[in-house]
Design a binder for this molecule. Sequence first.
Ligand code: NAD
Length: 267
Amino acid sequence: MKKMLEGQIAIITGASSGIGEACAKKLAEEGATVVVNYATNPDDGNKVVKAIEDKGGRAIAIHADVSKEEDVINMFRRTIDEFGTVDILINNAGIQKDAPLTSLSLEDWNKVISINLTGQFLCAKEAAKEFMRRGVVKEKSVAAGKIICMSSVHEVIPWAGHDNYASSKGGVMMMMKSLAQELAPFKIRVNSIAPGAIQTPINKDAWGTKEALENLLKLIPYGRIGQPEDVGKLAAWLASDESDYITGTTIFIDGGMTLYPGFAGNG
Ligand code: NAD
């Protein structure tokens, strides 16, 4: 049976850990050739490439700081030189730099916005240029390209003490919808995934101790923390023709975190 992403080329930013790593592995399992983008240490990227290759998949690691335009342009150029084109972008790289408003530095505000929001813009721009240049190749996909933005439940849930992060994800939501509207006539689909609490290095404070995990689970009606693989499966489906009529949408993957669990029993 043909795999969902057979013959397609996917760039996944921030793919050397957590959700990005799981997306890279799942897309490769579904037949995509995967570019594992990493920010600093080549070993981190190469480790994911090796895991993919060990399972019979195809991947390469490419360095880029997604907040730097020259790095992003270079990552797309190298990918196209190597594989001929790009079909899928997973805009996953993101960071947190938390502080209460009165002690949040301009530097940490700018750092989070430049990676979480500007980085997604820079990558989406390069991807869209290539998708438009190539157009639809029916044997591979009925769309000319797919962009998936990693947002967060904090695109809708305000988050005190994380003003930079929540603002970046609110920005991702409106950027995604605007891009989807602009690019739909070119047969390019743009969507977001909004994870709740997924067990990765970014939020270790929230699950690293028994007490922290118990408190976190009060916010999750479904009663478990999410795993990176939960998100990887959704990303692969959203990148495939199985979801072809979906564009401009955020899919929440949060065990019910956005159902306002504090109201349960208080009706
Ligand atoms: P993570 O820390 O494991 O992954 C973030 C990745 O981004 C890392 O691989 C890091 O190296 C990379 N990165 C950081 N700065 C970069 C840069 N300038 N250029 C390129 N890559 C860079 O954490 P994660 O949970 O896997 O986060 C992935 C995405 O998921 C982020 O956008 C995050 O906001 C989002 N998210 C995570 C959760 C969660 O609960 N874990 C919830 C909602 C949203």
